[in-house]
Design a protein around this ligand. Structure first.
Ligand SMILES: [Zn+2]
Ligand SMILES: [Zn+2]
Length: 489
């Protein structure tokens, strides 16, 4: 048994000053201790020194493989010359494995204003395949070794874009060893712990592959200090069933992004004569979702623009509503939502899985969204209005797109650019605890601090119900299934 004491404990939407301790037996919270220190002497006593104890925070949408892989790659974001790039690569080679992955390269920051050449890369890394990726992921360059190994590249240019870029990146990811794949997820787990999370929903695969990864992580779930909830990110229902998944999808795309003018809008963008792109027709989604439902799979689809959200929500709406509600089908991102669309979503029974940091980074009247969409920035990321219409809102980072950082995410919800869409601290906390647990059908024993609930706890140095500076917040301790997995300092 463990006795956590001298703490502020978040219970029933507030910190109760009388409630100062928790008794944990194996993986369960067995007792809420109100000002009483009468615990059996053989208990392991842990003094929390006045820290703030929350139900374990859950992130409901991440891309852990890519994010984790990046963490073990060579980060070139600080380089300002070709010589530095080569030095970084050369220094990192000592402890790297078979494949070398360098990323966050930005030629705008480099004195020479160019990529390194293949010859330059060969001079520091002649015998192992090296891929150097631009910061936005949309172009890359290979050394000679990698270029000779990767089949199917069409262009004769050294810098690869579009399809060739995908071929190169996918080849590298497909050729990693099992240890390297697991290493990427371990990196992700570390980032999650540091950011204050006990459970993370993660996409596996990129809509083409990758049953191999799914199987591997599924079979190693107990090796990670956090809980991973897996999404086979594909359209292949047979594969999902074979893998034993209870859901399908993730960022399977109904449309693109607002930054690249590919999110599908009902009306054209403000700064370009386009309305974005719907990647599939209505019938495609209707058939896919009906098939998934036939096998009781929860469905998750990426949809950002109002035309895309309408398309996916309509495909949910023609299914049996009770089943949509029971399976908890997801509208991932769900960013542009005029009032009429919110009414439609309320009727279909779908869930909005959203990214609070997007508003923090790109919202407001001078942000990227306003630049692209004009006044429509006001009808984006409407946490409050969606919630008021009985639509469950779940919270996530979309990591590696934004950081897994609970303090930043809560701050973004509480300080939305649009005053009407701000949540109270309690509402914000609920999104990352109860709601995200509910999304995973675990609400009966996870997501609250209650007797009998699983002992997943995020112990922070900060009271999120009062004003706070998210940059300064630290995770003190993470308890997962009753075990202590992270101790800061
Ligand atoms: Zn995503
Ligand atoms: Zn997405």
């Amino acid at each position: 048994m463990k006795y956590l004491y001298n703490a502020h404990i978040y219970h029933n939407t507030s910190f109760d000053s009388q409630l100062t301790g928790l008794l944990i037996d194996r993986d369960r919270i067995v007792k809420l201790c109100f000002n009483d220190n009468t615990v059996s002497p053989d208990c392991e006593k842990i003094n929390l020194n006045g820290a703030y104890v929350y139900p374990g925070f859950i992130d409901s949408h991440t891309h852990c493989f890519s994010g984790g892989l990046y963490l073990s790659g060579i980060d070139l974001s600080k380089c300002i010359s070709i010589r530095e790039v080569l030095e970084y690569i050369s220094n990192a080679l000592k402890d790297k494995q078979q494949y070398i992955f360098a990323w966050r390269f930005d030629e705008e920051k480099i004195a020479e204003k160019r990529f390194p050449t293949m010859k330059e890369l060969d001079s520091v890394c002649p015998d192992r395949p090296l891929l150097l990726r631009r910061i936005d992921g949309h172009s890359c360059i290979l050394n000679s070794k990698a270029r000779s190994l990767i089949p199917g590249i069409i262009s004769s240019d050294e810098i690869l874009i579009a399809e060739d870029n995908d071929i190169a990146v996918n080849w590298l990811q497909d050729n990693l060893s099992e240890e390297e794949i697991i290493e990427a997820y371990k990196n992700a787990a570390k980032a999650a712990l540091k950011g204050g999370f006990t459970t993370v929903h993660t996409m596996i695969g990129d809509a083409q592959m990758s049953n191999q990864h799914y199987r591997l992580i599924r079979d190693h779930l107990n090796d990670f200090p956090i809980g991973f909830e897996l999404y086979p990110q594909s359209f292949n229902i047979t594969d999902a069933l074979e893998l034993g998944a209870k859901r399908i999808g993730g960022c399977i795309l109904a449309d693109g992004s607002i930054g690249s003018h590919t999110a599908a809008m009902t009306l054209p963008y403000k700064d370009k004569p386009t309305s974005g792109i719907l990647y599939h027709n209505d019938e495609f989604w209707q058939i896919f979702i009906a098939q998934a439902h036939k096998h009781n799979l929860q469905v998750a689809v990426h949809c950002i623009g109002d035309a895309a959200i309408h398309q996916i929500n309509s495909a949910y709406a023609i299914q049996d509503r009770e089943q949509v509600k029971e399976l908890r089908d997801e509208l991932i991102h769900c960013e542009v939502t005029p009032d009429s669309l919110i009414q439609e979503i309320a009727k279909s029974g779908a869930v909005a899985v959203m990214q609070p940091a997007f508003d923090l980074l790109w919202g407001g009247n001078s942000g990227l969204y306003a630049e692209r969409l004009g006044e429509r920035y006001r009808i984006m990321n409407r946490y409050k209005t969606l919630s008021q219409n009985d639509i469950t809102v779940c919270g996530s980072s979309d990591w590696y797109i934004t950081d897994m950082n609970i303090a930043m995410s809560l701050y973004a919800l509480i300080h939305h650019h649009n005053l009407n869409e701000r949540l109270t601290p309690c509402e914000a906390i609920k999104i990352y605890t109860e709601n995200n647990s509910w999304l995973n059908h675990t609400e009966d024993n996870l997501g609250k601090i209650e007797e009998g609930y699983i002992a997943d706890l995020s112990i922070m140095d900060t009271d999120f119900t009062k004003p706070f500076d998210w940059n300064k917040v630290q995770t003190s301790l993470i308890v997962k299934n009753g075990n202590i997995f992270y101790v800061n300092g």
